[in-house]
Design a protein around this ligand. Structure first.
Ligand code: ATP
Length: 367
């Protein structure tokens, strides 16, 4: 283990009444890193967080903070800060009293407490509202107070459990950038739990995608989006979701090509997979629509147009299925026919049985 690892989970398991919630999790967080645990409801995110915080004991495995096993350490002694979705800011206390609360219960002398509150208020732009009561704050102020109240205790690690899930969409968007900025400025190590892929993609240094109590893939947002390891990760990330259509890989005079219901002879440069049936995953941005036929296009019909303002999503026929295609606004209307090509370089071949994505230039992966 290297010195810059703040938190490490080694084979951490937890079950409830025989049902496994977390299946032998291995994960490491570097100092100052923002890592998101991303996955659907029930995949084990909160259970993992509760074990790190010390509210739940793992059945087996080790949790290390700064290289020390903390499994048996009481929650208060772990120096881990927690923020949940309800923020739990005391509404009758002033912001100042909210910030001082944790320090007071830690027994910090008055003078030091004042200094610590002043310092964190400055960093989180709270100086002007120190006298306001918790109940009178707007949501942005409330989030900053909830964070400040935890950060003022200088936690080794900050755990955030779906802190924005109760907020409306436009507020979430502005708080995302605010939170990221605060985390960067303070170089705070953060483990962020969310089921929202936009939050994970926009704020994280790395994302660990969880399903059924296991991490399927941990990597940078770029990795997870562009190089998913399997069908689940590919479909969980990206909005509109990635399209998945059946395809067949064939050998055309020594060259591997992909044929789908609409396109044929798509060159598979760089991928060395056995001939056979697969699924092809194509992001809506990687189809190209045109009004006129061109080389590599096939004809399709628009069944539905979704208006997202800056772009439109066309749902168009693709053999027996419909696929989503992103275009500029006003490009075409429902019922029109268009010509579709796809960027095979950006598409993923999925194994039809185990649903892993076939690695590029790897014969072993296909065996
Ligand atoms: P959510 O986003 O809905 O909170 P999650 O990914 O955080 O989901 P967990 O809450 O960790 O998932 O739950 C993982 C699994 O463990 C689920 O099947 C859940 O029903 C089960 N579970 C969690 N806590 C308990 C408990 N105290 N007793 C029994 N089962 C539990």
């Amino acid at each position: 283990m290297t010195d810059d690892i703040k938190l490490e989970l080694r084979g951490v398991r937890k079950s409830f009444d025989g049902v496994v919630a977390v299946k032998g999790l291995d994960l490491a967080l570097r100092k100052g890193e923002f890592l998101s645990l991303l996955g659907p409801s029930g995949c084990g995110k909160s259970t993992t967080l509760s074990m790190i915080a010390g509210f739940l004991a793992p059945d087996s495995g080790e949790i290390l903070v700064d290289g020390r096993v903390v499994n048996k350490m009481a929650p208060r002694k772990r120096r881990i800060g927690l923020v949940f979705q309800d923020y739990a800011v005391f509404s009758r206390l002033t912001v100042r009293a909210n910030l001082a609360f944790g320090l007071e219960s830690q027994g910090m002398p008055r003078k030091e407490r004042h200094r610590a509150v002043a310092e964190i208020s400055e960093k989180l732009a709270l100086c002007d509202i120190l006298g306001a009561r918790g109940g009178d704050l707007n949501m942005s102020e409330m989030q900053r107070v909830a964070l400040a109240r935890v950060l003022v205790t200088k936690p080794e690690l900050l755990l955030l459990d779906e802190p924005m899930s109760n907020l409306d969409a436009s507020l979430r968007a502005s708080l995302r950038s605010e939170l990221k900025q605060i985390q960067k400025d303070l170089e705070q190590t953060v483990l962020y739990v969310t089921h929202d892929q936009v939050e994970a993609l926009s704020m994280s240094d790395r994302i660990a995608v969880m399903r059924d109590g296991a991490v399927l893939q941990a990597g940078t947002p770029e990795d997870i989006y562009h190089r998913p390891v399997d069908r689940f990760v590919a479909q969980f990330i990206g909005d509109p979701p990635i399209n998945i259509v059946p395809c067949r890989v064939e050998d055309a005079q020594g060259k591997l090509v992909v044929n789908t219901a609409l396109h044929s002879g798509l060159g598979l440069a760089g991928r060395d997979v056995p001939v056979g049936d697969y699924l092809l995953a194509v992001r809506p941005h990687h189809f190209r629509a045109s009004h006129e036929p061109r080389e590599g296009t096939a004809e399709s019909e628009i069944r539905l147009v979704e208006n997202f303002g800056a772009e439109h999503v066309l749902h168009v026929t693709y053999g027996d299925e419909l696929v989503a295609v992103v275009t500029e606004p006003g490009f075409a209307q429902e019922g029109e026919r268009l010509h579709l090509s796809l960027d095979i370089e950006q598409a993923h071949l999925i194994h039809p049985l185990d649903e892993r994505i076939m690695a590029r230039r790897s014969r072993e992966a296909a065996a």
